[in-house]
Design a protein around this ligand. Sequence first.
Ligand code: PLP
Length: 460
Amino acid sequence: MKSRVLPFKAKVVEPIRLLGRQERQERIEKAGLNLFRLDAEDVYIDLLTDSGTGAISVAQLGRMMEGDESYAGSRSFRRLEKEVQGTFNLPYVLPVHQGRAAERILNSTIVGPGQYVPGNSHFDTTKAHIEYARGRCVDLTIEEGRSSTINHPFKGNIDLEQLKHFIVEHGVESIAYILMTITCNSGGGQPVSMENLDAVKEICRAHQLPLFIDAARFAENAYFINQREPGFSDSSITDIIHQMFDGVDGLTMSSKKDAISPMGGLLVVRDQELFTKLRTPVILFEGYVTYGGISGLMMESLAQGLREVKEFSYLDYRIGQVTDFGEMLQQTAGGIPIVEPVGGHAIFVDARRFFPKVPEDQFPAQMLCVELYRQGGIRGVEVGACLAGRNPDTGENLRPPLDLCRLTIPRRVYFKEHFEYVAEVLGQIKERCGERTTGLKFKVEAPGIRHFDSTFEYIS
Ligand SMILES: *Cc1c(COP(=O)(O)O)cnc(C)c1O
């Protein structure tokens, strides 16, 4: 492993503590073996999400102190607007409280009943908002993107032949727009290539279909293009971002990811007429158009975060840290089975390979999350059979292709020692419990999104 150059040092730190084994045992029992029900202060290393969990910089904090809380036309909004316009080369900027607010407003405005939105693995809130607007998501991710072992540099790509075929088969009128998610969240942030994006733009132009981008991790995607795509190693991150957004109709963005902010989102469009239409729902649901439900303070943090996230040294550290963690795990205890290649913001442990003797319907990934907490105070999140839920028609448990324990890496928060600790704990679990033959069952299965509120017990 080569040593990394970190473009920051710590100036303010937040204490964390590792509870004793007995206390951890009590806390997780009390939480019904559901990590969402734990108090964060009882967690030692929290890898639940990279959303809003990044460390802000001194420059962000400084700018936040200058936040202008004027209701209309604040200085903070003007700064944010300028930064966003410069980043994406798109003219019309609407701040919103987080990514899903932008999704709600865009989809309720441009998706007609029964219309399709083809894309590359829509994020769950995005899918929910398209469906709430009575639209239908069509996932056309390339075949390689669906496998945990096939190595491909751009597993977030959309299958172009399938996209063309879909348009011809269903007709342009049946499609509201095309959505590309960069990086693609499913699979832990698998990137989309410029070649793929350019081809999608060409298809959209030919059929006069709008193209929108879910830009939550746009900078991480740009870094992957710089590193992996022929012809881009000499391009700056800024130039790559400009080329990525050249010709697209707009974007929705959760600023809790690549704007390294605790809160906030963006809805940005190219067309003035659409912008005018979007203003009313922003005012109705979010706030006046120059603050959109976030404070001047948060707009300053967001604007500065957008500036910092494009720095090559930051991205090199960020993606490098995630890559190194993945390599560390592959060298632990004869190899922790993870999804490959590692993406931009998370590592996924393949729990069916981790606990090969536990039946698939006994929630091996959920059990791995529980063991990580019991044995090390670490919090990951299950992305597998529990999250997938039941078939609404038959009531059967869905069985997703992979049952995964996701370890998501907050930005600028943890150091190598933290990851070495996580690797060590995972290694111990594999050695001590890898031969287990039974898993978990529901104690109480929560209705609807059962992920958050269900409780479990061990099958003995
Ligand atoms: C987080 C995320 C969203 C939703 O954003 P929120 O700020 O959580 O509402 C949408 N798309 C992607 C790809 C995301 O990662």
